[in-house]
Ligand binder design. Structure first.
Ligand SMILES: Nc1ncnc2c1ncn2[C@@H]1O[C@H](COP(=O)(O)OP(=O)(O)O)[C@@H](O)[C@H]1O
Ligand SMILES: CC(=O)N[C@@H](CCC(=O)OP(=O)(O)O)C(=O)O
Length: 261
C-alpha cells in the first residue's frame, strides 16, 4: 500500500562523480569503499563518465583525425559516429559491468534516454558536432535514484532532431550537478588534483585558477574541469574536488583562504 508520506518523500542529497577516461581501465578498491561509504551516509550517487583514451583508439583505428582546442575535441561528421559508439557501446557498458560486479546497482544511460541530455551545437563552425547542455532530465534521474539505482551517464547529448553531439565529460558532470542541485561534485582523473610548479594543490580558488590558466600552468583536459568547477561553485554547489581514484586531490573553494600566521 502506498501512503501519502511515501509519495511526498523529500529528495535526498546527491553526489555527482565524474570518471575520466584515464581512470576507466580499472577502478581501485579505495574507490569502491569510498563509494559505499557515501551510500551508507545516505547520499544518492550519479556517475558521469568520459572516455578520451577509448575515443582516441577508435579514431586511430579508423584513421579519422581530430584535435582539441582548450580540452574540447573538434568533432567532424566522421568522428561523431565513432565518439558515440566508443562512449555508448564500449566505455559505458564496461563501467556499468564493473559497478554491478562490485555490488552497486548501476544502469547505463546516454543523453538519448528520455532526452536526458538535451543539447545544442556549442559552435558548429568552430567545433563541429560538439554540444552544450540545454536541459537535463532530472525527473528521470530522480526516478532511478528513488529506486536505489545509480545512473551511469555517457557524455553524448542529443538535439531535438535526434543528432548525437559530443560533450566533454567534465561539462556534462557540471551540468548534471547544477541541475540536480548536488551536494558535491567529484571530478575523478589520472592526477591527484591541480599541480602547480610540481606541487599538488590541496586548495584552489577561482582567482588562483584564472591566473593559472592565463600563465599556462593549467592546460588541456584540466581546463574544462576547472571551468566547470568554478561555474558550479558560483551557482552555490558547496563542494567541488578534482581528485584521483582514491579521492585525494584539490578542493576548490570560493572563499579566499584566510592567511594563517
Ligand atoms: N595544472 C595541472 N595539474 C594537473 N594536471 C594538469 C594540469 N594542467 C593540465 N593537466 C593535464 O590534465 C590531465 C587530466 O585531464 P584529462 O586528460 O582530460 O583527464 P580525464 O580523462 O580524467 O578527463 C592531466 O593528466 C594532465 O596531463
Ligand atoms: C567535446 C569533447 O571534448 N568530448 C570528449 C568526450 C570524452 C571525454 O570528455 O573524456 P575524458 O573525460 O576522458 O576527458 C572527447 O571527445 O574526448
Amino acid at each position: 500500500m502506498t501512503t501519502s508520506k511515501s509519495m511526498h518523500h523529500t529528495a535526498r542529497k546527491c553526489i555527482v562523480i565524474k570518471l575520466g577516461g584515464s581512470t576507466l581501465e580499472g577502478l581501485n578498491n579505495a574507490f569502491f569503499s569510498n563509494f559505499k561509504k557515501f551510500q551508507e551516509d545516505g547520499y544518492d550517487i550519479i556517475i558521469t563518465h568520459g572516455g578520451g583514451p577509448a575515443i582516441n583508439r577508435e579514431l586511430a583505428k579508423q584513421q579519422v583525425d581530430s584535435h582539441t582546442i582548450n580540452g574540447i575535441r573538434v568533432t567532424s561528421e566522421d568522428a561523431i559516429d565513432i565518439v558515440k559508439s566508443a562512449l555508448i557501446s564500449q566505455v559505458n557498458p564496461k563501467l556499468v559491468y564493473e559497478l554491478n560486479k562490485a555490488g552497486i546497482s548501476a544502469i547505463g544511460l546516454s543523453g538519448f534516454d528520455q532526452f536526458l541530455l538535451h543539447a545544442n551545437y556549442l559552435n558548429k563552425e568552430k567545433y563541429g558536432y560538439v554540444g552544450e547542455v540545454v536541459d537535463v532530465n532530472t525527473n528521470l534521474l530522480q526516478t532511478l535514484l528513488s529506486q536505489g539505482i545509480v545512473p551511469v551517464i555517457a557524455c553524448v547529448g542529443v538535439t531535438m532532431d535526434g543528432q548525437a553531439l559530443n560533450i566533454n565529460g567534465d561539462t556534462v558532470a557540471s551540468s548534471v550537478a547544477l541541475a540536480m542541485n548536488a551536494e558535491s561534485l567529484l571530478l575523478v582523473t589520472d592526477v591527484s588534483g591541480i599541480r602547480i610548479n610540481d606541487e599538488y594543490q590541496q586548495q584552489a580558488t577561482p582567482s588562483n585558477i584564472e591566473k593559472w590558466i592565463e600563465d599556462g600552468q593549467i592546460y588541456g583536459g584540466m581546463i574544462p574541469k576547472v571551468q566547470g568547477a568554478v561555474q558550479v561553485l558560483n551557482a552555490g554547489i558547496p563542494s567541488v574536488q578534482i581528485v584521483n581514484d582514491s579521492l585525494l586531490g584539490t578542493n576548490i573553494t570560493i572563499q579566499e583562504l584566510s592567511k594563517v600566521k
